[in-house]
Design a protein around this ligand. Sequence first.
Ligand SMILES: [Zn+2]
Length: 313
Amino acid sequence: MSDTALIYDQVFQEHEVGRSHPENPSRLKAIVSGLKSDPKTSKLLWHKPQWAREEQICRNHSREYIDLVRRKVAAGSHSLGFPDTGINARSLDAALAAAGAVLTGVDMVMQGLAGNAFCPVRPPGHHARHFMGMGFCIFNNIALAAWHALDKYSLERILIIDWDGHHGNGTQEAFYHLREVFFFSIHQDMWYPFTGKKSETGQGKGKGTTMNFPFPAWSDGRDILPVFTRHLIPAMEQFRPQLVLISAGFDGLRGDPLVRLGLDADDFSVMTRIAMDIADRYSDGRLVSTLEGGYDLNGLAECSIRHVRELMA
Ligand SMILES: [Zn+2]
């Protein structure tokens, strides 16, 4: 089965923390209208997610933190109280739907209902930690997807590729001591959230299953793409993942207002193809990708379309 599922819920656009905020509903409007008007993506399987349940969220987050999110949303607060965690009345629903979308994606590819899946969600997730949100993220969608695949499908080896321009600190932290989940990240060096040094490679049983490649500002595809061929592909010959997950942030695109990297739209196609080749080789093609950052609306839409076209190829 090689069809691509697009897992989307209108509630993703209802989470809003101010129109001038870079992480706003226009991001998804741009992606959705781009995908709907592109003849090459007309065969996408549009699918509504099953929202995540609290016991599923608990797999990666403390009960106290989940209670705090519920309390703050119910009270009409404008922030979770951590830096860069604005909320409104719809934020809990949007966050449950966002996590649920990636879980639904895992279910669809594991059950053969789709070959691969892309989940353009808000809020994003890769900065969210066990006990706190941060960096526009409430629940860690990609980490929850990996836990779901480990628990429900008894997988033993999962690869997470995080090509967002910021380091996915929350995801790394979730699996730092675990050998079952391999975390590979490229990101801008010395930039928010200031983690993801090359020397961070995992601990205990997880030693060697974390790989970080921080790049100086203005690095472009010629600098960044070679680490996929020189480091990721050989590592996967050893690891042999049974499922490939992508934290697909598009803020490494040249001109993004929040990151100073120089990737172009072609580079995102190339990275998608590399991830798919790994999935084809070891995972029967099973791949689930979810949106993280990306704040230049035109660039975000273009890169998302290129990503999805490649997933459908
Ligand atoms: Zn980012």
